[in-house]
Design a protein around this ligand. Sequence first.
Ligand code: HEM
Length: 409
Amino acid sequence: MGKVIPKQEGLDHSVDFLREGYLFVANRRKSFQSDLFETRLLGERVICLGGEDAASLFYVADKFTRQDAAPKRLLKTLFGEDGVQTLDGTAHTHRKRMFMSLMTKENIDRLLRLTGREWKRIKQTEELVLYDVAQQVLMKAVCEWAGVPLARDEVAKRTDEMRLLFESGTSLGLTYLQGRKARSSAEAWIRQMVKEVRSNQLLPNEQTALYEFSWHRDESGELLPEEVVAVEVLNILRPTVAISVYVLFTVLALHQFPEEAEQVKQGQVTKTAFVQEVRRFYPFFPVAAARVKTDFDWEGYTFTEGTLTLLDLYGTNHDSSIWAEPDLFVPSRFTDWKESPFNFIPQGGGDVDFGHRCAGEHVTIAILEQVIELFTEEFSYTVPPQDLSYSFVDMPSLPKSKLRLTDVK
Ligand code: HEM
């Protein structure tokens, strides 16, 4: 007889998930004193996992599938359909290689030159809202990086669409509908470009996402359908614009933790360590989702085929068996940090080439290091009194004021 997975009884706990947000899994891990438990969400049985060992299980390729794992409402907004997130096995590794081919040092440096240029174009101003400004900076830079022409009069509209894609997935009502509209509109926009690339009317450079994805051949040697290319190009544009959320948390941390900010200014801790602590400390992506591929046993517990399984990303980054004083912001903890593929997972865990770990982790870190450099060495600004609190329920979570800065020079 195997062990019984601790179970939260009751018909459905989706309301608890909405109410407790980022803390939902961690709260129950604590009360069950267990790294796994069973609950019911959106009408189905779900296993929730957290911690380093559970993360290493979640990323064993042949135990889980990503098919039908993400809720439909996320596919219709955040992810798009038939993208890399939904693939398994060789189809996945082949597609993932297409993404990773863009993530060379030279290519990431090229993106940093573009973001650096856009940041420096910000005019002296009495007041700005950093969330809005960062999104336009990132959008202009990533479109140029990706070979996607972005007309000046379209910047606001297209940036807003990217924002809606990552803001609307967990919303209800109007925002969700706006998110679906943003997805159709953004996909149609990129699809038209894919047509033009394939008919030689548009000639993006090699090593851009638009070029490489438009001409990518799948594992059977076929070009990808236009709509899939559009979904994948948006898998570059959207998350890069979403780095704006971390830009806010980075600048918030510089403000909220002046001693730690001073350490980074004085070179006592590296910019990388500060960025890693931002990614560990603040909430962003709550969980990753997969389904059990075929029955298996783990530590005496039985996982049955088809069971939806969630890995707690936020909770694992705040797990006290991995992190000393996890609820304190301490960038220096990353100075001698022994990272494993499963103990620090703000953007997923495991192997980036063969698993579903985020393709853009290095891009994210590099962009945020640049933000620290600019906001500590190049810009001067004031953070006026405002509501800087952030929620543990809203997804994504943001400082309420979206970070108003004044006297920006
Ligand atoms: C804003 C910061 C970011 C966060 C918090 C983030 C988070 C994540 C997470 C949690 C996953 C899923 C991991 C899993 O399913 O196991 C993921 C996957 C992915 N991310 Fe990111 N990401 C970010 C930035 C980026 C950037 C900048 C790019 C591209 C330039 C990117 C491209 C991708 C892709 C293509 C995948 C799918 C990987 C796969 O399924 O194999 N992300 N990301």
